[in-house]
Design a protein around this ligand. Structure first.
Ligand code: HEC
Ligand code: HEC
Length: 389
């Protein structure tokens, strides 16, 4: 037992040193490579640092910043924005995950190739503090938190391949993805930097996109700044009033902590629950997680999203049914439906459906608090922006 611990200790230290070294290494393209890249892309010659630096309050809550390989993430960024990766060359990942609105989509359901409508609302990629820290440092499901509204993908690679192959999204076949990448001259130098070879495979495409997604996340909101300084003898006290917050924001925070955080978390770090039902409907037209697992009490349950950037990622819920936060709050206030799989947090001690009956003032306060979760830095960070000219 001890021995293997020591071994893993040494191994991970060695890996850490290796990873850190790689991360600070600067690379430059040859003039020829840079000319090819610069015809299509706005990328700097030197490497971009993609390793996130999570705030203190989140590392104390158990989140670990991943080390992201710069060249892989840079390649992933180009792939993320490249419309050549769809069957009619009109759709990229960014079509449904738009940076200015927290990598969400402002449509109720997204449009894929040939304007095909999907059935679910796009998930805001900025809703979590950091993808890798949230889902597992290597994004291999090591914490068991899966992707999508119905938790059907275990890894980031599985997720992004699914998006590319989905007939309602990018509608590609695996070999078409490889061909589409091979056909663009800028990928040769990018692959060389990322993987040391110009060989292009769908696994490497997927891995690069995963690295980019790995680096994503929102951890520089006003909420984070305020939480960082709310240090109660080494313990972050999310319940206490934050000195940086207005009275309305603190009232909204208290309402949130009392009514919502049991499912959505108070740290906005890792999720307290992976799935639940929040009483949108009496019967389940979309069975969510249950449709994947076949488990009766998971019918009509969905991922419990972390609510970072919630003020800019409308519309809301798995089917985008609510256009505004005001409608969401009305739902929790008086509109929760009594349905067998309703999360127990939304029932009172008699087992009846909770009525939170928020006043107009309370509703305003909750919205004021939600506005503190917007991360303007991530939303405008050029490292995550469209690199195409
Ligand atoms: C046509 C629109 C569309 C395109 C294109 C698209 N997505 Fe999505 N994305 C969605 C929708 C809708 C969901 C939620 C689907 C669901 O849960 O069933 C989603 C979910 C996700 C998730 C899950 C997030 C989470 O927290 O569970 C990730 C990650 C993601 N997309 C990344 C990508 C990447 C990377 C690409 C490009 C390879 C991509 N998406 C392309 C619409 C799209
Ligand atoms: C029982 C657990 C639970 C509680 C308590 C809860 N929620 Fe939710 N919430 C969910 C689930 C599950 C979803 C996803 C539901 C779906 O789309 O089907 C959700 C979705 C949301 C969304 C939409 C997120 C998005 O990206 O579309 C918002 C906003 C939200 N909740 C706010 C609140 C607020 C405000 C409260 C407190 C007043 C609250 N929730 C209490 C479980 C809960």
């Amino acid at each position: 037992m001890k021995k293997s611990f020591l071994f893993f200790g040494l191994l991970s230290t060695a890996m850490l040193i290796g990873a850190c070294k790689k991360n600070v290494e600067y690379y430059y393209y040859t003039q020829e490579e840079y000319d090819v890249i610069s015809r299509s892309l706005n990328l700097p010659d030197e490497s971009i640092n993609y390793t996130p630096k999570l705030p203190d309050h989140l590392t104390r809550a158990g989140l670990t910043s991943p080390t992201v390989k710069a060249a892989e993430a840079t390649l992933g960024r180009v792939l993320f924005y490249d419309k050549n990766l769809s069957s009619d060359k009109t759709i990229s990942c960014a079509s449904c995950h738009k940076q200015e609105i927290g990598f969400a989509d402002d449509r109720r359901v997204s449009l894929g190739v040939e304007s095909r409508e999907g059935t679910r609302n796009s998930i805001a990629l900025s809703s979590v503090a950091n993808f890798a820290a949230y889902y597992g440092t290597d994004l291999n499901g090591s914490f068991g938190i899966p992707f999508f509204w119905d938790n059907r993908a275990a890894t980031a690679s599985e997720q992004n391949i699914a998006s590319m192959l989905n007939p309602l999204e990018m509608n590609m076949k695996e070999h078409e993805i490889v061909d589409a990448v091979k056909n663009q001259d800028y990928y040769q130098p990018l692959f060389k930097k990322a993987f040391g070879s110009t060989e292009i495979t769908s696994e490497l495409v997927s891995r690069a996109i995963s690295s980019f997604v790995n680096a994503m996340g929102s951890y520089q909101s006003r909420f984070d700044d305020a939480a960082n300084t709310s240090n109660n003898g080494g313990w972050i006290n999310y319940d206490a009033n934050f000195t940086q917050f207005s009275a309305a924001e603190n009232r909204g925070k208290a309402l949130y902590i009392n009514n919502c955080s049991s499912c959505h978390t108070s740290s906005f770090g890792r999720p307290s629950k992976f799935l639940s039902n929040n009483g949108l409907d009496e019967s389940y037209s979309d069975k969510g997680v249950g449709a994947i697992t076949g488990i009766g009490n998971e019918m009509g349950t969905f991922k419990v999203p972390t609510l970072r950037n919630i003020a800019i990622t409308a519309p809301y819920m798995h089917d985008g049914r609510f256009a505004t936060l005001s409608e969401v709050i009305d739902h929790y206030s008086t509109g929760i439906k009594n349905t067998p799989n309703l999360g127990f947090e939304l029932r009172d001690t008699n087992g009846d459906v909770k009525k939170m009956n928020f006043t107009a003032q309370e509703k305003e306060d909750l919205i004021a608090f939600f506005n503190t979760l917007t991360d303007e830095k991530f939303r405008t960070d050029v490292r995550f922006s469209n690199p195409f000219k």
